[in-house]
Design a binder for this molecule. Structure first.
Ligand SMILES: [Zn+2]
Length: 455
């Protein structure tokens, strides 16, 4: 299994020096990425204890920096006074207050470092797409961008991708019409042609484009992939030559994996990432579960009382970017939930995240006060009626609006069947008014949400 750790034999790094093809001499930027990836290919085999020790020692440097030059953290990190360098443990760590999204919105200026250590390079502003309301803006540095590229390379290597294939990306552009920029899709290596298409294009057009281009790989957001697969199933269409699908940027629902196997007969590998933190966890090459990218992120799974959850228990994901010295995110509650798993049989010491689960916004609230993540496999509904698209929106505690896109409105008896089926899946006798739409609109960030709470 250690073989998947090695870059695919054959491709040499991209050479930046004219006339030199072997051995390749990469550019300074690529050389940084390749050197980092080389270390990552070794660090993945460290034991969990070794990984944590390295993380804490990196975190100590970050904390010292934050306490000194980031006004927001000056008082917050006073809780660590008296702890000698090299002696910090997780108990000390958990004294640091949790950083909320609203803290970033309210104290943005105070979160920016007054001074950046040498070598961190130019800072760039990144605004999140605002899937949970007001967007936040953070800063990246040469360091965080290099780490992202090296982890992206790891993602390709782990999943055995053939760098010479054509790869298609369906993502956001700067506007709804703009074609997102294309660049070599493998950091540091020459790659097959990279193609891109704007995710705001209607799903049937996306599928036509894929069928015309026949890429070896497709990268897109999970919710867009779900829409593509549902549409393909309806049309009975496949993408010729497609070897594998990669998703990132949103939470992947288990149904999408099943759909991908069933409709396209194609493997799917997911990366859990965010704009503010980069790569957080990558799917294991051998399993559906994820490995936390601990060289980048210190991940905690906490319950409502901020106590660490044991493997198997759902908790909030609280994340620390170990390398962002420009706008440090220390114990940041990203708003997602997850479940830790037991050690992985692949032998990697990076902690296992068994599942990442969506946000509060995508949870049903029951009148009892309980909350749950609804799972509504589209097949269950399409078995009842020719439903093209659907969306459930909870606006009241006991009522959920059912939005349907259908060729023609359903007979009353069929509507009742849909309601009965949904009540069964939701586990509560909600009132379920049905509305017919021509199309389910995407959220502002380009995402389709099967379920959304507006409570
Ligand atoms: Zn594994």
């Amino acid at each position: 299994m250690q073989e998947s750790n090695k870059p695919a034999p054959g491709p040499a790094p991209k050479s930046a020096i004219s006339g030199i093809t072997w051995p390749a001499m990469p550019s300074a930027t690529d050389a940084l990425v390749l050197a980092l990836h080389q270390q990552l290919s070794e660090s993945q085999w460290l034991s969990p204890e070794q990984v944590l020790a390295k993380q804490l020692s990196q975190a100590e440097v970050l904390l010292a920096h934050a306490a000194q030059v980031v006004p927001f953290y000056r008082d917050r990190l006073a809780v660590l006074k008296g702890i000698k360098r090299g002696t910090m443990n997780m108990e000390h760590w958990r004294r640091i207050p949790i950083l909320k999204r609203s803290d970033i919105q309210e104290h943005r200026a105070a979160l920016v470092a007054k001074k950046l250590p040498v070598g961190h390079g130019k800072t760039l502003e990144v605004r999140t797409s605002g899937s949970t309301g007001r967007p936040i803006s953070v800063l990246t540095t040469l360091v965080t961008r290099t780490v992202f590229a090296a982890l992206n390379l790891r993602y390709h290597v782990w999943h055995g991708r053939d760098f010479e294939k054509k790869s298609a990306r369906i993502t956001r552009g700067k506007t709804a019409k703009q074609v997102p920029p294309t660049a070599s899709w493998v950091p540091g290596y020459p790659s097959g042609p990279p193609l891109s298409f704007n995710v705001m294009n209607p799903v049937p057009e996306q599928l036509d484009w894929l069928i015309k281009e026949q890429p070896g790989y497709l990268l897109t957001y999970p919710s867009n992939l779900t829409a593509l697969l549902r549409h393909s199933e309806e049309r009975g269409a496949r993408v010729p030559g497609l070897l594998a699908v990669a998703t990132m940027g949103e939470v992947l629902e288990p149904e999408t994996r099943d759909l991908c196997r069933r409709v396209w007969d194609t493997p799917l590998a997911d990366a859990y990432s965010s704009q503010e933190l980069g790569m957080i966890a990558l799917q294991c090459p051998d399993h559906d579960s994820y490995h936390v990218q601990s060289e980048n992120i210190l991940l905690e799974v906490l319950d409502d009382d901020d106590v660490p959850c044991p493997p198997g228990q759902v908790g909030r994901l609280v994340l620390t970017d170990l390398h962002n010295f420009a706008l440090p995110l220390i114990r940041y509650d990203i708003g997602d939930y997850g479940v830790l798993g037991e050690a992985c049989s692949c032998g990697r010491g990076l902690p296992v995240l068994r599942r990442v689960i969506g946000r509060t916004r995508n949870m049903v609230q029951l009148p009892s006060g309980d909350r749950l993540w609804p799972s509504i496999p589209s097949k269950v509904l399409t078995d009842i009626a020719p439903i093209r698209q659907f969306q459930l929106v909870q606006q009241k505690m006991d009522e959920i609006e059912v939005r349907l896109v259908v060729p023609e409105p359903l007979a009353e008896a069929t509507e009742e069947k849909v309601r009965a089926c949904l009540r069964d899946l939701l586990g509560y006798a909600f009132k379920l008014p049905i509305t017919y739409l021509d199309e389910i609109p995407r959220a502002a960030n380009g995402k389709y949400e099967d379920f959304r709470s507006e409570l």
